[in-house]
Design a protein around this ligand. Sequence first.
Ligand code: NAD
Length: 398
Amino acid sequence: MPSKDKLNICMIGYRFMGRAHSNAYLKVDKFWDVDIHPVMHTVVGRNAADLQAFAKRWGWQKASTDWRESVTDPEIDLVDVGTPNNQHREMTIAALEAGKHVLCEKPLAATLADARAMRDAARKARGVKAWVGYSYRRVPAIALAYQIVRERDLGRLYHIRAFYLQGWGASPDVPLVWRFDKDAAGSGSHGDLGAHIIDMARFITGDEFVEVSGAISETFIKERMIPTATAGAGIASGAKASGKKGKVGVDDTVLFLARMKSGAVASFESTRFATGDENKHGLELNYEKGSIYFNFEDLNNLYFFDATLPRKMQGWTKIQASVPGEHPYAEAFWPTAHPLGYEHTFVNQTYDMLQELAGKEPVVPLADFNDAYETQRVLEAAVVAAKNRAAVKMREIK
Ligand SMILES: NC(=O)c1ccc[n+]([C@@H]2O[C@H](COP(=O)([O-])OP(=O)(O)OC[C@H]3O[C@@H](n4cnc5c(N)ncnc54)[C@H](O)[C@@H]3O)[C@@H](O)[C@H]2O)c1
């Protein structure tokens, strides 16, 4: 292994997440003081020409179209997997077996069986870390919600009301990109969007699911044009339609209810058909002594309702989670109320990974394969509940 203060990275996949992660590797040691510095060693993809251009633009030292050779390269310390969900299993297990740290994008896998195999491989691997990119944990306002729940006595939790609303799928002109393909993605809005809010609810509350019920899954547009190519920064932008149609194999929306271990009840809604909502996701948590509300389209703010104040003083407080020295992650960036964006969540995620590798505490916990497997079980429970039109106990989902 190379020097202790350097971390040689191999990143597989170089579009949406590839850009977000590359930016984070470039920025992390500019904004944060770190003991270990990431080195952008090898980027892997399938199209050699595009890959070369990407490597040059973002400063990757090497480009390779052979992921197997790259993940086992003795020079590599950490493998970063940002490919479609059905690729995660093979790539992460190969990396773990080669003794590499792994960052895998979410959801952990396309299927529960794949997720289980990955969790088991991570448990078996010695001396390496295996994380999953639930990046919204590192929005300062979300990290603040995590801290408030632990630092204040909020009393009993009654409700979790979680939503992930996108609208881009509603147009029938959006082609059949991999996110609509069951083999590649495993599920649609459910694994793509629902996974984030399940993780967010588990992360902030520390509560666990005991039962899932009332699940509905719907695919509104059953066929879409098969694309010949994909490009661009957006989820389906630049995808050219071939003229032939293919079957959409995944859900466009999933809604479900849940009971939590604490006795709280919960509702979850994920959709790509919320026309007018671009990336509106978050949750409201109603506790006995206060409530918390977050919406990513207003990501710099956390809303808190303090039910312990005199009645005439009660009301929602907008907290700009940006005060250096007070709010999580704020000290690395700008003065108070100079807002952060989406990309900072990945910079923060990389910082927390480097902290753990240096034997230090992350600002807030990262999701490991075990943790992400629990989220995958909830995804599976909702699929079973929707299929059987019946409640599912979490203990039935192994
Ligand atoms: N953390 C988040 O908020 C977040 C956001 C978006 C996507 N994701 C997750 O990241 C992963 C990738 O999504 P994306 O939006 O970046 O997809 P994308 O389509 O933008 O990029 C996928 C990349 O994987 C590459 N790829 C596909 N199959 C490959 C193979 N066999 N070998 C090598 N490279 C291969 C593609 O060429 C492309 O570069 C998914 O698991 C997705 O759920 C996470």
